[in-house]
Design a protein around this ligand. Structure first.
Ligand code: CP3
Length: 346
């Protein structure tokens, strides 16, 4: 009999302390890597890259080969859900994502019934990844949280403070609630399909949680995420969920209990005292400032040491506090990996 492989990320998600901690980086497949840019240049557009399993598998594996991360994250985007809803999603060079802004009437007309057919290539990518990844590498599926996806659907593009979505929620509360409910159900279906294709765990990105008031955070962020987690719990018990509510600050304190997630993603602004309190309840993930991956040198080393000192004696998945940026130097990722892995010897 072969010895069961140990996936370190899964151990931490179960609440165990592993030191040195397992590592992966949000947005680890992307433009900071020359090999990503080369593969990207062979695809017609960004969505073609997401929907072509040969290419999506390749770019998912690139950072695993180069750095030996403990988890691979499926290469796709949170905006494939609006794309599956026919919102005319496109990625324009230098402009970020664009789509047709939705109206209350448009929300009433949304039809998610074609989602699984539309996203079948993504599920195929997950299947191939599980077959090709090293046995010890955790495979993460992901999607956007309903609130964050809704912000793009309403504005039609990224904005600094999501004013269009916040105003829409005030002016059209019923339509807004319908939208969040639809996105929660579709996103739960989507994550369950990724789990069935081979994802070991899933992460829900609520990148825009930080612009919400306390009451709206409870209604628009926590509520729909809980609805998704409840479905995953009921339909695929035992699959851990990581929740990343960026910028939620003090509201993160009750986030694990309120949503039912296993692991709380911390951004780099979370005070150590709060982060430690959250970690007393289970796994945390984070939280190096991504700019340290540009700065390198001492700024990088000090940042790595601080995360290890603050969270290393509890269940920690080492990560950045948000995605790695295109300006990051891949050499700094190598340096980060060496420093974390050498920490064991102290
Ligand atoms: O390596 C990985 O992490 C997997 C792939 C991944 C992408 N996007 C690929 C991508 C993941 C997990 C995401 C999540 C995502 N997408 C989020 C949540 C995380 C976060 O960063 O807050 C959000 C808000 C999006 C929406 C999105 N997609 C934006 C705003 C942009 C444009 C800005 C940017 O970073 O370019 C994208 C495009 C995108 N998604 C790229 C990649 C590699 C770059 C596009 C390209 O290569 O042309």
């Amino acid at each position: 009999m072969t010895k069961a492989v140990e996936r370190k990320v899964m151990k931490v998600l179960a609440g165990e302390t592993v030191f040195p901690p397992p590592v992966w980086l949000m947005r680890q497949a992307g433009r900071y890597l020359p090999e990503y840019r080369a593969t990207r240049a062979t695809a017609k557009g960004f969505l073609d890259l997401c929907y072509t399993p040969d290419l999506a598998v390749e770019v998912t594996l690139q950072p695993i080969r180069r750095f030996g991360f403990d988890a691979a994250i499926l290469f796709s985007d949170i905006l494939v859900i609006p794309d599956a809803l026919d919102r005319n999603v496109r990625f324009v060079e230098g402009k970020g994502p664009l789509m047709d802004p939705i109206t209350p009437d448009g929300i009433a007309a949304l039809d998610g019934s074609g989602m699984h057919a539309h996203l079948a290539p993504v599920y195929e990518t997950v299947r191939r990844l599980r077959a090709e990844l090293p046995a010890e590498t955790t495979l993460l599926g992901f999607c956007g949280a309903p609130w964050t996806v809704a912000t793009y659907m309403i504005a039609g593009h990224g904005t600094p403070d999501q004013a269009p979505a916040r105003l829409f929620a005030m002016q059209h509360p019923a339509a807004f609630e319908t939208l969040l409910g639809l996105l929660a159900e579709m996103s739960a279906d989507y994550l369950i399909a990724q789990i069935d294709a081979g994802a070991d765990a899933v992460q829900i990105f609520d990148s825009w949680a930080g612009v919400l008031s306390e009451r709206d955070f409870a209604r628009f962020s926590i509520g729909p995420v809980k609805r998704m987690v409840d479905r995953i719990r009921a339909e695929r018990p035992g699959v851990p969920v990581i929740g990343f509510a960026k910028g939620a600050g003090a509201q993160l304190e009750g986030y694990r209990a309120a949503t039912g997630i296993e692991c709380v993603g911390l951004d780099w602004t979370v005070p150590a005292k709060l982060g430690r309190q959250i970690q007393a309840g289970g796994a945390v993930q984070g939280n190096l400032d991504p700019l340290r991956m540009i700065a390198g040198g001492r700024a990088l080393d000090e940042g790595v040491d601080e995360v290890l000192e603050t969270y290393g004696d509890g269940p920690l998945i080492f990560n950045l506090g948000h995605g790695i940026t295109p300006q990051a130097d891949p050499e700094n990722v190598t340096r980060l990996m060496e420093r974390i892995r050498a920490a064991a010897k102290q």
